[in-house]
Design a protein around this ligand. Structure first.
Ligand code: GLY
Length: 390
């Protein structure tokens, strides 16, 4: 009897050990770090301040569900669940996802995709629970109301009416994923028609000849004509704000995935070429906050731009024979894993990555951790893992 117990124990220990060995080393490292993040953020979370965003005055900035960044931390938890299958992650992911439900009716912003697709979208993909599906469909319905047919785009912001009449920002490309999902899920083409119109109009008006993009295009609400090409978070109206270039690359890659229309693939390739061949892109492939920032190389990085670019390149590598995209995405991932960028959350206010920049012109969130940098870093890990499986 005693012998049998010993044999059983050896078998159990051996199988635990091999399953850990099978887990990628990076995954184990990031999983351990994300557990620290959870412990730290759990202490900060309140009924109204539901998600971490960044740090402000040396303490953690928690935000309400209406903030555009509220979906990223729940999204990270769902990604970790998807990577590990461990119910520990699922349970926490649900806790951080549920407080966002009310956003499904918030029609005051275009940020619905960021908030709801990163959180509830991943909840649905990982559980197939119909209650998440309903919330997502309502979210898409609310977002679709911000589309104006004579302009062909979804309106981004309602603020700063002194500066613009109908602002559309390049970031808005990211919200199209929710609409494509809703079209596929419900069979209602209205959602994909809006997304395609938005992508085509943006392709026509947001880009310069070198495939860099403006940040804010202001349309005349009556005529649909472009009346201004501005920036809000970039160095100047004519500069290439790094995160904006990243949103464009990611956005056109996903629109190609959903439509298979080669004009969108070509646009993604052209944007990638602009970014990757830019003389101001550092050798470590982590962009400064704006490609035209005046004091390069003495400017803050924007690691969030690097993670969005890296994640997009993993996906783009699947649609072309160009091996370079995969090589570069892997290189970005390795750079981000180095101690210069990847922190111990216990010493980084709960966040994984350092050195992102939110908005330089507003002197806001400069060279700090940002939750969306962490989210797209985890998405890079997920995409890398999935590519290695295939
Ligand atoms: N979507 C807002 C930003 O990228 O800062």
């Amino acid at each position: 009897m005693f012998k049998i117990k010993i044999v059983l124990l050896v078998i159990i220990l051996y199988s635990c050990n091999t399953s850990n060995q099978n887990r990628d080393e990076s995954l184990l490292e990031i999983e351990t770090k994300l557990k620290q993040s959870v412990e730290i953020f759990n202490k900060e979370r309140t009924q109204t301040l539901v998600s971490p965003r960044s740090i402000e005055n040396n303490s953690i900035l928690m935000v309400p569900s209406k903030d555009w960044t509220s979906g990223f931390f729940p999204g990270e938890l769902w990604i970790m669940y998807e990577l590990t299958g461990d119910n520990y992650w699922k349970e926490i992911a649900i806790k951080y996802t549920l407080p966002l439900e009310q956003e499904k009716l918030n029609g005051k912003t275009h940020d619905m995709g960021f908030k709801m697709y990163c959180s509830y979208g991943r909840a649905w993909q990982n559980t197939n629970d119909p209650k998440y599906r309903e919330i997502l469909i309502q979210s898409a319905k609310t977002l679709a109301k911000r589309f104006q047919p004579n302009i062909g785009c979804i309106r981004s912001w309602d603020h700063n009416t002194d500066k613009w009449d109908y602002p559309v920002i390049i970031d808005n490309m990211m919200n199209l994923e929710l609409l494509f999902w809703a079209a596929n899920e419900t069979g209602n083409k209205m959602y994909s028609d809006i997304a395609i119109s938005h992508a085509k109009t943006t392709l026509k008006n947001h880009f310069r000849d070198d495939y860099s993009s403006y940040h804010v295009i202001d349309y005349n609400p009556e005529t649909g004509e472009v009346q201004n090409k501005h920036t809000h978070q970039g160095y100047s109206h004519n500069s290439a704000w790094s995160r904006g270039q990243a949103w464009g690359l990611y956005g056109y890659t996903l629109v190609y995935r959903e439509t298979k229309d080669p004009i969108f693939l070509q646009q993604a390739i052209n944007i990638a070429s602009y970014i990757l061949n830019h003389p101001n892109l550092p050798k470590n492939l982590i962009p400064y906050w704006d490609f035209n920032a005046p004091n390069i190389p003495n400017e803050p990085y924007d690691v969030s731009a690097a993670t969005v670019i890296g994640s997009a390149l993993y996906e783009l590598s699947e649609y072309t024979d160009e091996k370079e995209y995969l090589v570069i995405a892997n290189k970005i991932f390795e750079t981000l894993k180095s101690p210069e960028f990847l922190a111990d959350p216990a010493t980084n206010n709960g966040f994984l990555l350092k050195h992102s920049t939110g908005s330089m012109p507003h002197s806001s969130e400069i060279d700090v951790p940002l939750i969306y940098a962490d989210y797209y870093f985890l998405e890079m890990m997920l995409r890398k893992t999935n590519l290695m499986k295939n």
